[in-house]
Design a binder for this molecule. Structure first.
Ligand code: URP
Ligand code: ZN
Ligand code: ZN
Length: 488
């Protein structure tokens, strides 16, 4: 046998990128893909990928890991368990959150979360900075400095009692982000509508989890999107709208993008595969399916698939937010809480890709290249992770090798996170990532996990393409159009 040319060769598989599907061997040296082609030279190690699909590892751009909620709850997972579960599901990079609450110093928050990730992460990670307390210091000092250091996305909530940022402060954040070239990600729902609905429902005795979707009226989403987009347009500041759940919300985004507003948007598997009927269970069982915004209807699912197809929505992220069905999580207020007392969120890092693969590749909806685009290439481009998101020479060798024929029935017991359940239990899926590589090292091999806590690496990011304003503010400054902006 000839001397090895590569450290590792993945041989005989079908490679897919967001634009092409082709037969090729993949040659890896160190952490990097260095060759693609037929009959590559020998590797020190070889993986036989005959009959398999060789895809870039998934990038999950929205996951809550070891995060403290405003109510004082911490997610069920640690970085170790969350990122292990991600790897078993074919995901090799994650963007999670450093969450500031009222009175907290943003830089200290970031230092603390970074320390947790550094200790536990099995896959590469970056942070969105959640700002809840929009002080002058945050605007004038923290945002400019942290964006320069590589933390180039900020997350804001328009709802939740202790997190929400009022309109004027939201404008301050958008203006600071424009200056610093950061992307602003937003949980956009109308707080007033939700609070009013919650009170009316509880007053009338409608307390079960199934009333949670009723309280988050559909209009609360489209109203908040419309208002947020107006702010984005006023300041010519790009935004990312998180977790789109309704047909009307997707339509608002389509119309704005059509006008050239720099609005990006994601949806999540729960909005593509679950409906509000899933919450209609005896007792508080429906709490497992509670997230915000809530899951909606099959008609919304169809609209979201269409919006993904058209490019109105560019990403499918998990919004992994695991809380156990016990006193540490969903049942913290006791065994019979009202829906308002139940923590929102569900686990999803591990099942995001298999659910989408089954729908998009095995069942044929939108196809393999679109699957790669939505789950890996687009998040890398939008959030500026230049070495991630594709199988190409020079890229990090983050690779998931999929057995497209493997059938798996999802169950609570098989999950590697600590939520204790998956809202997708019982679904039979076709296609599963059987071998997963992080920067050239085999992390997952069947049921075996080879990763070590702390091997994941912090990814610092420039503002990037998505964060750059388009220059439309010049038009907004035209006194004939908007005299006020001229005075800013
Ligand atoms: O219900 C959810 N999604 N919980 C996590 C926090 C958020 O709103 O993204
Ligand atoms: Zn959210
Ligand atoms: Zn979230």
């Amino acid at each position: 046998m000839s001397d090895p040319v590569y450290d590792l060769v993945i041989r005989g598989g079908t490679v897919a990128t967001s634009s092409d599907v082709f037969a090729a061997d993949v040659g890896i040296s160190g952490e990097t893909i260095v060759a693609l082609g037929k009959n590559l030279g020998a590797g020190k190690k070889e993986i036989d990928a005959t009959g398999k699909l060789v895809l870039p590892g998934g990038i999950d751009a929205h996951a809550h890991i070891e995060q403290l909620s405003a109510a004082g709850l911490v997610n069920a997972d640690t970085f170790e368990t969350a990122t292990t579960s991600a790897a078993f599901g074919g995901t090799t990079s994650v963007i999670c959150f450093a969450a500031q609450h009222i009175g907290m110093d943003v830089r200290k928050v970031l230092t603390d979360y970074t320390a947790l990730a550094k200790r536990g992460a099995m896959i590469d990670y970056a942070f969105h900075i959640i700002v809840a307390d929009v002080t002058d210091k945050v605007i004038a000092e923290d945002i400019p400095a942290l964006v320069k250091e590589g933390y180039s996305s900020i997350k804001i909530f328009m709802t939740y009692d202790l997190l929400r940022v009022h309109d004027e402060k939201l404008l301050d954040i958008l203006a600071a982000a424009r200056e610093a070239k950061a992307l602003v990600c937003v949980h956009a729902e109308n707080h007033g509508i939700i609070s009013w609905m919650v009170k009316r429902l509880l007053d009338k005795g409608y307390t079960a989890p199934k009333y949670h979707p009723v309280s988050h009226a559909r209009l609360s989403e489209s109203e908040a999107f419309t208002r947020l987009i107006a702010f984005s347009e006023l300041l010519d500041q790009p935004i990312m709208i998180f977790h789109v759940s309704t047909r009307e919300g997707a339509a608002v985004i389509r119309e704005a993008r059509g006008r050239g507003v720099k609005v990006f948007a994601e949806t999540c598997p729960q909005y593509l595969f679950l409906t509000m009927e899933d919450l209609d269970k005896p007792g508080v069982e429906g709490a497992k399916w509670m997230c915000s915004p809530p899951v909606r209807t099959t008609d919304d699912q169809e609209a979201l698939w269409r919006a993904l197809d058209l490019g109105d929505l560019q990403l499918v992220s998990s919004d992994h937010a695991p809380y156990r069905m016990d006193e540490t999580g969903k049942l913290r207020a006791g065994p019979n809480p009202t829906f308002k007392q139940i923590a929102n969120g569900m686990p999803g890092l591990e099942v995001r890709l298999p659910l989408l693969f089954d729908a998009m590749v095995s069942k044929g909806r939108l196809g393999l290249s679109k699957f790669v685009e939505l789950t890996s290439t687009a998040p890398a481009q939008i959030y500026n992770l230049p070495n991630k998101g594709s199988i190409a020479i020079g890229m990090d060798a983050d690779i998931a090798i999929w057995d497209p024929l493997k059938k798996v029935t999802l169950s609570d017991a098989m999950m590697h996170d600590l939520a204790g359940f998956t809202p997708f239990a019982g679904r039979e899926l076709t296609g599963w990532p059987t071998t997963v590589l992080l920067r050239g090292s085999v992390l997952v091999e069947g049921d075996t996990f080879n990763g070590k806590p702390g091997e994941g690496r912090l990814m610092l990011r420039d503002g990037g393409k998505a964060a750059a304003p388009s220059g439309r503010l010049a038009a907004e400054m035209d006194p004939a159009r908007n005299f006020g902006a001229k005075l800013l």
